[in-house]
Ligand binder design. Structure first.
Ligand code: DX5
Ligand code: ZN
Length: 214
């Protein structure tokens, strides 16, 4: 079970400090948005590179950008440990996964809430991570879409049938209220932005999530 706090909700004026506060989490989730694939623009390579210099956490980079294959090498060089690409963002998802592996990084695939799960099925055996988006990507602080639980269960079954050890990650609206249900549905990795970096700080936020999972 991994927790992956999303840096999108952290205080960027204190990035290094925020990363130290989440050191006990296993991963840092890094949301890259291009204003094209999603309506919002977040941040890119220099912020990832700064996070990399400040922390040895596993840098889990979620690329919400069109044709991500154009930038895989750059994000790998900037310090990504894992790169997750959207099936909707490329005509060549299989090739993108191959490219990520050639760069020596963990390869993840993901899909929007409105995309049929079948879209990731052809590459399931090849990936290290599958991410179920439980909100429409683009913004932190949105409400968890309840139908996501069924999607997690289906992907859990498909991964188990393949004997795949891939992480089943869930991203969007994860909170102490639903974290247990998400894990019970078969998730192995929870992304959480606003639930971690709340007004009382990341240490308290992480603690609440851990409590909920006990
Ligand atoms: C949404 C991003 C998420 C986001 C999650 O597009 O992919 O990683 O930061 O934020 P919360 O946990 O607040 O929904
Ligand atoms: Zn994300």
């Amino acid at each position: 079970m991994h927790l992956a706090p999303s840096l999108l909700s952290c205080d960027f004026t204190r990035l290094g400090e925020e990363l130290r506060t989440i050191q006990s989490a296993d991963w840092a989730h890094v949301d890259v948005m291009d204003g094209q694939f999603v309506p919002n623009i977040s941040f890119g390579l220099p912020i990832l590179a700064a996070a990399r210099r400040a922390s040895n956490l596993f840098m889990d980079v979620h690329l919400m950008i069109d044709r991500p294959e154009r930038y895989l090498r750059d994000f790998a060089d900037a310090g990504a440990d894992g790169l997750t690409v959207h099936v909707e963002a490329t005509a060549h998802i299989h090739r993108a996964v191959q490219q990520i592996h050639e760069l020596g990084k963990k390869a993840g695939v993901t899909l929007n809430p409105g995309t049929p799960l079948e879209a990731v099925r052809p590459v399931l055996a090849d990936v290290d991570l599958v991410l179920v988006m439980s909100v429409n990507p683009g913004f932190g602080g949105q409400k968890f879409i309840p139908q996501s639980l069924d999607r997690i269960r289906t992907l859990r079954r498909w991964l188990d049938e393949l004997g795949s050890p891939a992480e089943l990650q869930v991203d969007g609206g994860v909170s102490p209220t639903n974290a247990r249900a998400v894990v019970n549905a078969g998730a192995t990795c929870l992304v959480a932005g606003s639930a971690v970096f709340g007004s009382d700080g990341a240490a308290a936020g992480l603690e609440r999530l851990r409590e909920a999972l006990k």
